[in-house]
Design a protein around this ligand. Structure first.
Ligand SMILES: Cc1ncc(COP(=O)(O)O)c(C=O)c1O
Length: 378
């Protein structure tokens, strides 16, 4: 694989050293071209673009997502963001005899907020080890027969730690609970097979490791489970007979489409589809290998320069996110941006996320710049 050729696909590298895919992937030429195509077709076809192009674009996107996740396309629903996807599934659960929803304190907070506002639910946030990871035994202790859902991450956004989602699913199933995985920080960079992992529900989105833009997210629901989940938030896209336009009759789709609500953002669909094409063309296994090499190289350099890395030490337990504990990460991010290094921070840690278009030279220049800045700031 000629990785340097891929770098040309992302013009931002002419101006910046971009190490922030886990916040937002840089714009590729292909995604920009797909946006242009969307506008051209809108202009040329008007409303008939729906029948000639857009309905099949929605179908194609569901299929591509299914391929990345090892799912079937009828198990995939589109949503505007992960929060809406989770809301739809969470609205279908009966909390009366199973009020407990078990999550961890280091999952992305949109999960916890979902159940924090439901008076009938009793959210439980299990403790992490140093905000890096959570041992499966900790989930084991928290999950019981009054638990309806275990909802947690495939890769923690706070550390890059990979969670054994098959083990989490086993723990949930032993108690008759559902396993819901937030894979936003995994999909694309880390192989995920929903069937092998035996998870019930998985949510993920397009704007990070799948290289698309904002405005579209994805929901997987295991086929056998779909008929048992009737969301109590609804819209015409979830109606199997949507074109009857009959306000007196609502019939749930027998596919994951029942979790869709209203008109999707088609521009976002085109962008997401073009982004996923790149991921499928390279292949998730190759992306994983490349990211592991870059992440290991970056961590070695950071440790050699004396930084406190807060990411799992073994490559098999970490994905493409590297956290560094610093006194003032917000100031550091700003100072780095002044030197055209684009990174981010969460809490007291600087966050870097190398992907296939980055290089060992990016890592080297970044560690040099960070060393200079932190010397100045302390
Ligand atoms: C793990 C994870 N889940 C969810 C989100 C965001 O969810 P939403 O699509 O609802 O904005 C993010 C980051 O933006 C994330 O890192």
């Amino acid at each position: 694989m000629d990785w340097s050729a891929w770098r040309d696909e992302f013009p931002t590298f002419r101006r910046t050293t971009y190490l922030n895919t886990c916040s937002l992937a840089p714009l590729s030429r292909r995604v920009r071209a797909a946006q242009e195509q969307f506008f051209d077709e809108w202009e040329a076809l008007g409303a008939s673009a729906w029948y000639e192009r857009w309905t099949s674009a929605l179908h194609d996107l569901r299929e591509k997502v299914a391929r990345v996740l090892g799912a079937r396309s009828e198990e995939i629903a589109l949503a505007p963001n992960v929060s809406v996807a989770v809301s739809s599934v969470a609205s279908a659960v009966d909390y009366r005899t199973r009020p407990r929803v078990v999550m961890s304190e280091i999952d992305f907070p949109t999960l916890a907020y979902q159940w924090a506002v439901k008076p009938e639910a009793a959210p439980v946030l299990v403790a992490s080890e140093g905000r890096v990871t959570v041992r499966p035994e900790v989930f084991e202790q928290a999950v019981d027969d009054r638990t309806s859902i275990v909802a947690t991450s495939h890769v923690y956004y706070t550390s890059g730690a990979i969670q054994d989602i098959a083990r989490v699913a086993q723990i949930a199933h032993r108690h008759g609970a559902l396993a819901l995985v937030d894979a936003y920080q995994a999909t694309g960079q880390l192989p995920t097979d929903v069937k092998t992992a035996d998870v019930d529900v998985l949510v993920t989105g397009g704007l990070k490791w799948l290289l698309g833009g904002t405005g579209v997210a994805f929901l997987y629901v295991r086929k056998a489970l779909i008929p048992n989940l009737s969301p109590t938030i609804a819209g015409w896209f979830g109606n199997a007979r949507m074109f009857d336009f009959d306000p007196k009759a609502f019939a749930f789709h027998d596919t994951a489409r029942r979790f869709e609500l209203g008109t999707p953002s088609l521009a976002a669909v085109f962008a997401a589809s073009a982004g996923i094409d790149i991921v499928l063309e390279i292949g998730v296994d190759r992306l994983r290998q490349r990211t592991t090499e870059l992440t290991s190289d970056l961590i070695e350099r950071l440790i050699a320069a004396g930084f406190a890395v807060r990411t799992p030490s073994s490559p098999e337990h970490r994905a493409g996110i590297v956290m560094i504990e610093l006194k003032d990460p917000a100031k550091t991010v700003k100072a780095l941006a002044g030197r055209k290094f684009i990174v981010d921070y969460r809490h007291d840690r600087l966050r870097l996320s190398p992907y296939f278009y980055n290089t060992a030279e990016d890592n080297e220049r970044f560690v040099d710049a960070l060393s200079g800045i932190t010397r100045r700031l302390t």
